[in-house]
Unconditional design. Structure first.
Length: 324
């Protein structure tokens, strides 16, 4: 599906692929980003902002993070062959094990990570040698985006891993640093055509199951089981995110992210408070996620109590915060 986007402002240096807009660094100013993308909540791929970055390969990561511990998620190869309706955990709720990055790197190299579909997802880089990233901060200043909700988070695994279809309660920027990722996006108003998990799940499973995840597989659509998905599918945007590119994912835009190729693929992301406030206040996708957290509150409280009496208090609390 190759439909060129209809940008009214022809002075922008843009080209389009599968409807997503590409904006090159020579045309990016805070005003252009704000007017055309942040204010209306429209996804865009920003290119040319990270030309002189280091290569974020496994050697680079292991050198900076080798002795740091992170929760590594074990998805298992069978997961994506199953009906998502049978799952009892999802996203950051899947079983994870804390390990040093050097141990994870070993598993990426020796095939174990591939065999068990292990993924280092949404791991905060706070208090690590990669916490401060001047080039990325400079790129963010050129975009003009402000008020982060989180620190930089690392997402690192092997080609073939999929972070399945979900939406986030904040705006996000996904920064591709090594290898490529395919991202499929759906507009916020397609919420119920994407068959989201019910809010009620949070009463039973806490944050292990999420109403912010969809039951459909966009890469293997089953229109007989999910007939309303046909409409959402016709509105999807697809992008292959290359090294050095930044994808702006506004709040409420559902997205599925697949690492491409066979080797290591690495990105970082960061979440931002939504501006203008009116876009935040009018986002049902956002309020639905906050409502889900309220329903999960007894489970969160229980996990918090377990963490503060545990011997690994600091680590457990860090993992809990990462899940929120
Ligand atoms: O890279 C990934 O696996 C997922 C990233 C993501 O969901 C995000 O940036 O919001």
């Amino acid at each position: 599906m190759q439909i060129p986007s209809q940008e009214s402002n022809s002075s922008l240096v843009e080209s389009s692929l599968n409807q997503i807009t590409y904006l090159h660094s020579c045309a990016i100013t805070p005003k252009i980003f704000w007017e055309n993308y942040q204010k209306p909540g429209k996804p865009v791929v920003l290119t040319g902002l990270l030309e002189h970055r280091p290569e974020w390969n496994l050697e680079f990561l292991n050198d900076r993070l080798g002795d740091r511990k992170f929760p590594v998620r074990f998805y298992g190869k069978e997961r994506y062959k199953q009906d998502k309706g049978t799952w009892q955990n999802i996203g950051s709720g899947v079983e994870s094990r804390s390990m040093r990055f050097s141990e994870y790197a070993q598993k990426l190299l020796n095939g174990e990570a591939d065999e068990k579909d292990m993924y280092l997802g949404k791991c905060s880089l706070k208090n690590t040698p990669l916490a401060d990233l001047p080039q990325i901060n400079q790129a963010q200043a050129q975009i003009g985006i402000k008020n982060p909700v989180t620190d930089f988070n690392l997402w690192c695994g092997l080609g073939g891993h999929t972070t399945c279809l979900h939406c986030d309660p904040f705006d996000g920027t996904l920064i591709q640093l090594y290898g490529k990722k395919k991202v499929i996006l759906f507009p916020p108003d397609q919420l119920y055509n994407l068959y989201p998990f019910s809010l009620i799940n949070h009463l039973r499973y806490g944050l292990k199951m999420r109403a912010s995840y969809s039951r459909v597989y966009p890469q293997q659509p089953d229109f007989a089981l999910f007939p309303k998905f046909k409409e959402a599918f016709s509105q999807r945007l697809e992008v292959v995110l290359n090294e050095g590119e930044i994808l702006f994912i506004p709040n409420g835009w559902w997205h599925e992210v697949t690492s491409l190729g066979e080797g290591v693929v690495c990105s970082i992301n960061i979440f931002w408070h939504i501006t203008p406030l009116s876009r935040a206040l009018s986002s049902w996708n956002k309020w639905r996620i906050h409502l889900a957290s309220i329903l999960a509150a007894p489970h969160i409280l229980k996990a918090w109590l377990a963490a503060i009496i545990s011997q690994n208090k600091e680590q457990k609390l860090r993992h809990l915060i990462q899940r929120l």
